[in-house]
Design a binder for this molecule. Sequence first.
Ligand code: IMP
Ligand code: ZN
Length: 348
Amino acid sequence: MDHEADVFYRELPKVELHAHLNGSVSFQTIEKLLKRKPHLNIEHSMTAIGKGQRRTLDECFQVFKVIHQLVDTEEDILMVAIDVIKEFAADGVKYLELRSTPRAEKKTGLTKKGYIETVIKAIQQCKNEGVDIDVRFLVAIDRRNGTEVAMETVELAEEFMLSSHGVVVGLDLSGDPTVGHGRDLLPALQRAKNCGLKLSLHLSEVQSQLEETDLLLNLPPDRIGHGTFMHPEVGGSQSVVDKVIKNNIPLELCLTSNVKGQTVLNYSKHHFKYWYQLGHPSVICTDDKGVFCTDLSQEYQLAASTFGLSREAVWTLSQQAIDCIFAPEAVKQQLRQKWTELHSQLFK
Ligand code: IMP
Ligand code: ZN
């Protein structure tokens, strides 16, 4: 991690809604994976982007390919998922929605079904151990893989939504935004929505995707990942902004990820400012805490110091994230209760 956040931000109860499993693998867990697979000749510098470093988006996607080489068995996935969940819990995250793209690996016998089962097993194991965090899972579609795989992924997600006792709650659309077109994925996304899966879509992560964004907003999704180039000040459009506001679609905003991935020039230029000033639901998230060497406490602290948020404003921001979770109303009530209990401890 670049540096540790102040105690207020670490103790602040938090909700994490945008975390890719393999992007969230910590330095310590990578260390364990490197020991398991020395023959791959992978070095730490290939799996994370450190302080002050930046990469093009394309280079960021190369990093995921390296991590995928290290995480290619059920055993790896189980270890990675358990470590990631415990790290979020240690950072004061009380509710986490993890997302991951199910992968099959011929050489290790890993299947997509086995992949999802293993993530669910990790979530269950943490629960059994009494780790203080409620974890849900979003099955991810990598847009690179096209129409057919997207539909298969939705079918798998649907199956697990019905059998996982509420762990699988939704679907994520992610992957390199410069590859493929959302139009081809519409039938799969529509099907997911019809069967009751919640939808979180990466939208307008790069410029010139307004047409795709406009099209996918008609679904409409339940949340938007990034949405960096939607507003007119950065070449977006007012009609897109109006659609987002009209449907009250929360945004998942990941400051360090966007700055290190160079889609946003610097922290003060982050679109958090635009949406927060509008009073639109904006949730601070990490995206890939391992790859970008951050954690959620740090992201809250960065938002506060960059945009001059008071501690009360930061508290409200974290509390309002509860309204945006995909788990049912009863879970929201439990979390609101928890926040109420913790308020006096934090502001004593
Ligand atoms: P996984 O799905 O658990 O393997 O996590 C890594 C994957 O998440 C990457 O291969 C991408 O498909 C996706 N991902 C992570 N960060 C981003 C992002 O910033 N934009 C789009 N996709 C992303
Ligand atoms: Zn993402």
